[in-house]
Each structure stands twice: as structure tokens, then as C-alpha cells.
Design a protein around this ligand. Structure first.
Ligand code: NAD
Length: 481
């Protein structure tokens, strides 16, 4: 079976495909060609109400199933998705632009959340113990929290959805997903697969829309909703936290990043370059985990820049559907323009370009792999997410100083450290105010690990053992017998 883009373009509510209350639609654009890929139904408030009703109807039965029954459905979803990785990868490339390897990597990662949470579904822990003084028993258990509203970004159209759907279903919660307007097709195409896996009607509902603000706000004000799980920019995350406050919803927020990548003088430079390539170029830099600021010890700065520039120069830019292409287009014109502005700003303030830096002519939102050295601390790209294939290199000489500079940001998602001295490496990791650190690794994402940030990078964790708890309430029973 091949998922053709026109196959699933309506809203998915209560296990049925619907055009939406107003009949309104919006276009999804292929970023490599600028052509319209599909016209997708746009959800209105009446559709949100229908999804809430469907989710409410599905809740009791799903919550009452045994963890093993829920686990088997999730396991089946993993098997089915794994059998169709190429089809999902193609769809991801078509709507997001990322090249084949990246898209296949995402599809694999996305499917793994079903496997991991199939395993976690049967491991929800609790506690029974004696109260120290009263003689009562303290019993603690976790229960499904209720309907969860999931809002996801365009950079990982499959994985940012499954990272939320799988733990929610494992916990016993129904969900309503609002995918990004740029990339709703992958999430819609996942629905027939979930049906085949045995997900009951109404448990998972998908509402693409042109009116994200109004629609999500409406959902978050319905008393049946208990969880809001968001991945996206810090600005939108703040707005959703305000809306969530009215009903005191459980929030899970995976927000922006500004990852530092530190290379010490004793680092294995080949390992550091390989890690830097992954940390910078996975998803062509359109990742919250993307290395944004490179701090290279001054004694190895020239050697690192030379090797890293050579590795970046080998990447082939083009339509991600072509087999030999390593780097596809950015997702849209705005992102392309923003990346170009970051480079112009840095160059204007004294940075030197060793590779790339020019928007190519022709169709598509392309930006070439770009390396800048001597980037001054005042450059905008040192303080904001570049979200593109641009590496901004700086130097350092003192360990305490580089830790201070790395922590000097409102973000705290992920940092990367390269050194052969494990004692120093671990000491530096502990001093970095980040939710995640890659030590001699440029890739930290793993379904089995708690993904998330400190400060304005978010609240809560996805994946790992923690991921399911975001969708559960803790209940304590004080009992005597
Ligand atoms: P975005 O915040 O613009 O959009 C994310 C989602 O929110 C989309 O579905 C969008 O339609 C929706 N949205 C936009 N305005 C809204 C509103 N007022 N109310 C409700 N929903 C609204 O982010 P983006 O541009 O799609 O993604 C890029 C950002 O996401 C980056 O900052 C990146 O770091 C972050 N991100 C974070 C993680 C993480 O795990 N921490 C992962 C991927 C992306």
C-alpha cells in the first residue's frame, strides 16, 4: 500500500473522515517545488466539539481495558508502521522537504514510540506502605488523566505526534491532535494504520485547521479536557500555558532551544566533527535539538573548522525525493528568509563565511549548508534559534567561561560536549543548565530517555518512564483495615 497524498485530507473525528463544518480548506505546499500537494479540510469550533464528544465516548472503555490490552494495540501500531516506513518517509519528504535518510530516520523514530510505550503500558508503578504514625496504609496509584489535546509542529510531522499519542494511549487517555498547518498529511495518514492496529473509534481525532489559536483555545476551555501537550515555539507555548491556567490543565511543553556545542582541546576531532554534523544537520537544522552555538577551544579551532567545513561541503542539496540528495529545502519561505537574515546579521557584525551563505536561484525554499567562523557574541544567531543549516563557530580558552557562555540563554533544552577526559566531561555536563546533554554524541533523542528542557525550553518530559506520567493523575488512598 502506498499513501497517496490525496487519500487522507479530511478531518478525522470519531473514526470517520469529514470535510469539516464550514467546508473550508487550505493548501499544503511541497517546499521543494512550491507546488500545491493537497487541499486539506480546516476544522472549525463545531468540529472541535464533535471531536470532544467522540473522545469522551471513547474514554471509559479504553481506560477500563487492561494495560496488556492497551499494550497489544500499541505494539501492533509499531509493527504496522515499521512495515510501511518507506511510505511514511515519502510523505514526510513531500510535505516537510527533509531528505530521504532524514525522513526514514524520523519514520523509524516515530514508530519506536509505539513500541516503547507498548512496553511501558504494563509497567505503571504504584506504592503501598504503612503511614509512619497514624497506622493507616498509604496507597498510591496512577490513573488516566482524561482527554488530552496535542499540538504539534511541522519539523517532525510524524514523531512529534507519536511521541504524544503513544504515551497518552498507554496511560488510557483519548486524544485530539492539532497538527501544524504546513504538515498535516503524515498525521492523517497514520489514522488508517491506528484503526488497523485496533485503536477504537474516537480515541484519536485529528483536526488540521487554519485557525489554530481559536480552535486550540476552545478545546482548552472545555471542562472535559485535562491535559495539554504542546511541541513548538516558546512564544506559542506561553500562550497555551495562559489558556491552560483557566482550567488548571496538566501542561507538557516541549519548546524552543539554543543548543551550545562545546569542543575541548583534547576532543577526538573526528568524533567531534561527526557529532557536530549530526547535531547541526539532522533535519537540516530545523530541530529544537540543533546545535546553534559552536564553542571550539582556540587551540583546535582552525583544525575543527577545516574538517567540519569539508564535511558540510560534501552534502548535496536538492529535492529530498532524489536518492543522492542529503539536504532538502527548508519548510517555507519565511524560514528561508529568517535563516538568510541570521547570516547577513552575523556577517555584518564581523563573522566570516567559509561555506555557503547564498540563497540559490530557482523554485523551492532551499538554503545551502553554511559555516561561519569568528561569529561575535552580539550576532542574533547566538541568542535565537537559527532553525536552518547554518553553523555559527566561536572560540573559547577557559572552561568556566565557556560554561557561563553556554548557560547564558533563556533556553535549556540540550547541550553537547566533546572531550576525551571523562572526569572533565561529566563535571561540565553537571554544570550545564540543560535538560539533556550529549557527551561525545551529537544525538540525544531516544524513545527510552526523558526528552525535555529546563527554563523556557519547557515543562515535563516525553519518552522514557516519565512520558506516560504526563498523561496520568496520581491518586492516594489512605486506608485502614
Ligand atoms: P509554532 O509554535 O509556530 O507551531 C507549533 C504548533 O502550534 C503548530 O501546530 C501551530 O499551528 C500551532 N500554533 C501556532 N499558533 C498557535 C496558537 N496561537 N494557539 C495554538 N496553536 C498554535 O512552532 P513551529 O514553527 O511549528 O516549530 C518550530 C518551533 O518548535 C521551534 O521553536 C522549535 O524549537 C520547537 N520545537 C521544539 C521541540 C521540543 O521537543 N522541544 C521539538 C520540535 C520543535
Amino acid at each position: 500500500m502506498d499513501y497517496a497524498v490525496q487519500d487522507y485530507t479530511d478531518l478525522y473525528i470519531g473514526g470517520k473522515w469529514r470535510p469539516g463544518a464550514s467546508g473550508d480548506r487550505f493548501d499544503v505546499i511541497n517546499p521543494a517545488t512550491e507546488e500545491v500537494l493537497a487541499s486539506v479540510a480546516s476544522a472549525e469550533l463545531a468540529d472541535a466539539d464533535a471531536a470532544l464528544n467522540a473522545a469522551e465516548d471513547a474514554f471509559a472503555d479504553w481506560a477500563a481495558r487492561t494495560p496488556r490490552q492497551r499494550s497489544e494495540v500499541l505494539r501492533k501500531a509499531w509493527e504496522l508502521m515499521t512495515a510501511r516506513l518507506d511510505e511514511f518517509a515519502k510523505l514526510i519528504t513531500l510535505e516537510n522537504g527533509k531528505a530521504g535518510n532524514d525522513a526514514r530516520g524520523e519514520a523509524t523514530y516515530a514508530a519506536e514510540f509505539f513500541r516503547w510505550f507498548a512496553e511501558e503500558a504494563v509497567r505503571a508503578d504504584g506504592l503501598i506502605t504503612h503511614a509512619p504514625s497514624s497506622g493507616a496504609r498509604i496507597m498510591v496509584q496512577h490513573k488516566p488523566a482524561g482527554i488530552a489535546v496535542l499540538v504539534t509542529p511541522w519539523n517532525y510531522p510524524a514523531a512529534m505526534g507519536t511521541r504524544k499519542i503513544a504515551p497518552a494511549l498507554a496511560a488510557g487517555c483519548p486524544v485530539i491532535i492539532k497538527p501544524a498547518g504546513e504538515t498535516p498529511l503524515t498525521m492523517l495518514a497514520l489514522m488508517p494504520l491506528l484503526e488497523e492496529a485496533g485503536v477504537p473509534k474516537g480515541l484519536v481525532n485529528v483536526l488540521p485547521t487554519k485557525h489554530s489559536g481559536k480552535l486550540v483555545d476552545h478545546l482548552l476551555h472545555d471542562p472535559r479536557v485535562r491535559v495539554v501537550s504542546f511541541t513548538g515555539s516558546t512564544g506559542v507555548g506561553r500562550k497555551l500555558l495562559h489558556s491552560a491556567a483557566d482550567q488548571v490543565l496538566k501542561p507538557a511543553m516541549e519548546l524552543g532551544g539554543n543548543a551550545p556545542l562545546i569542543v575541548f582541546d583534547d576532543a577526538d576531532l573526528d568524533t567531534a566533527v561527526e557529532g557536530a554534523m549530526l547535531a547541526k544537520m539532522r533535519n537540516l537544522g530545523e530541530a529544537c535539538t540543533a546545535a546553534n552555538r559552536f564553542y571550539i577551544h582556540e587551540s583546535v579551532a582552525d583544525a575543527f573548522a577545516e574538517k567540519f567545513t569539508a564535511a558540510m561541503a560534501k552534502l548535496k542539496l536538492g529535492n529530498g525525493l532524489e536518492l543522492d540528495v542529503d539536504v532538502g529545502p527548508l519548510v517555507n519561505r519565511d524560514t528561508q528568509q529568517k535563516v538568510a537574515e541570521f547570516v547577513q546579521d552575523a556577517v555584518g557584525k564581523g563573522a566570516k563565511i567559509t561555506l555557503g551563505g547564498t540563497v540559490p536561484d530557482g523554485k523551492g525554499f532551499f538554503y545551502p549548508p553554511t559555516v561561519m567562523t569568528d561569529v561575535p557574541e552580539t550576532a542574533d544567531c547566538v541568542h535565537d534559534e537559527i532553525f536552518g543549516p547554518v553553523a555559527a563557530l566561536q572560540t573559547f580558552s577557559d572552561t568556566e567561561d565557556v560554561i557561563r557562555r553556554a548557560n547564558d540563554t533563556e533556553y535549556g533544552l540540550v547541550a553537547y560536549v566533546f572531550t576525551e577526559d571523562m572526569k572533565r566531561g561529566l563535571q561540565v555536563c553537571e554544570k550545564l543548565d540543560y535538560g539533556m546533554v550529549g557527551l561525545n554524541r551529537g544525538l540525544v533523542s531516544d524513545p527510552a530517555a526523558p526528552f525535555g528542557g529546563t527554563k523556557q525550553s519547557g515543562l515535563g518530559r516525553e519518552g522514557g518512564h516519565e512520558g506516560m506520567l504526563e498523561f496520568m493523575e496520581t491518586q492516594y488512598i489512605s486506608a485502614s483495615w
